[in-house]
Design a protein. Sequence first.
Length: 445
Amino acid sequence: MNPKNIYFIGIGGNAMGPLAEFAQDAGYSVFGSDRGANLMTEELSTRGINVHIGEQNGDFLSQVHSQTPIDWLIHSSAVPESHPELARARELGINNITKRSDLINFFIRAHNLQMIAIAGTHGKTTTTTMLTWAFHELDIPASHLIGAPITFGFSGKFDPNSNIFIYEADEYDRNFLAYSPATSIITTVDYDHADIYPTEDDYKAAFWEFCQKSGKVITWRSIAEKLKLQNPGVEYEKTSGGVTSMSSINQRLITLDGVDSRLKLAGEHNRENATLVLEYLRRESGRPEIELIPALNRFPSAKQRFERLADNLYTDYGHTPEEIAATLQMAREVARPDQNIVAVYMPHSNARQKEIVSRGGYSNTFDVASKIYWLPTLLARLSENENLLTPNDLINTLSEASKPNAEPAEPNETLIQKIKQHLSYGDFVIFFGTDDRWLRNSFLS
C-alpha cells in the first residue's frame, strides 16, 4: 500500500499530533479532528495542517474525503468503536482504519528507519527530548516523535537524510510492544495504568517483553534486576564519568549504576535521564565525550516539563506522585533557599487516582511545598457509574506534615489572583497537571 492522504481522529493528542507532523514531513497530505484546541492543535495549525476543532460527527471527514480521498484513517486508543467518525469512515468506504502503531511501522519499513525507543513510567518524554536535542546540537540528522511540544522545533519530524528514528515509546495500551527497536532506553519502571495492566507483574512482564524485542537495551541495573532480564556472560567496565556499566558478550544489555557527575542539569531525575542518553551517545554517535557533555548540559527542557511561564512561575506535566516529588526536588534546587514553594495540582484521571490511593496515596509527595492548591481531577475515560474522588479525599492521603498546607481550589479567577499574590510575595509557584491552558491564558495572553 502507498497511501497519500491520512486522517487522524484525536489529532491533538500527545502521540497523534507529532505523528501527523511526521507524516506531513514525509510528503503525505494530513487532516484531522479533535474535540478541543490545545498546544498541539495550535502547533499543527502553524504548519498548515487542516484541523477541525469541535463536534466529531463525521461531517468534516466527509467534506475532506469528497475533495481529497482519504486512504488511511488513524485513531487513538481512546476512540471507541462506536465513534461517529469511525462509523462515517466505514460508510465512505475507507478500508484502512488502524491505530498509530501500524502507520509508524509502515514508515519504518518504507524509509528503512532504525528506531531508538525511549520507554519508562516516568521521564520518557524528557529523555526522548534530550536525545533529540543532542542530535540537534551535534548536527547529526535524525527523525523523531516526541509526546509533547518542544522548544527547539516540532514534536514530530521526518528527516529524509537519516535512517535514525528517535521515538517515545508509550506503554499505555501496550503500544510499545508493536515495535522491534534497534536500541531501547528504559528510564523507570513503576506500576501504572491499572486499566491496562491488572497487576504489577503484568506491567513488568510487558517491559520484559519490550526488552526482548529490542536489539540493545540501556537501563539502570536496578531496573534490569526488577525485570529479571537474563544476561549471560556478564562483563563490567568503567565509563569515563565514573559510572559502572554492565554488558554482555553480545552487548545486548547495558546497565548503569549511578549518575555521571559531569552532567550539571538541575534536578536529580534530569541528571539520571541525561546519564542514560550519554551512554547511548558514547557508544553510537561517533562523537567524543568532550562534545557530548556540553551538548547535554545545554538542554533547554520540553514544554510543560518544568517550563518557565514567568518569573517564579513554572508548569510541569507531572501527574503521578513519583513525577511530582522529583520535580519538587528540582524546584528546591532552582529556587532560592528562602523562597516558599507553592504547588498547584490538577490530578489526571479518576481511575488513576483510585490506583494511587490503593498504593498508599500521596503521602510525602508534597512535603517540599509550603502551600498546596488541589484542583478537581481532570476526567478521562470516565464511566458513568464511577465514584469520583474529591480534592479532600486525595488531600487526606497526604502526610500529616502536608495536610495543613493543602486546600481544595478551582482553576478560576480566584485562584489566579492567589497565584499572583504568591508571586508578589516572592514565592516559587509550580503547576502540576496535563492541562495548563487556564494558567497560560492568564499569564501569557
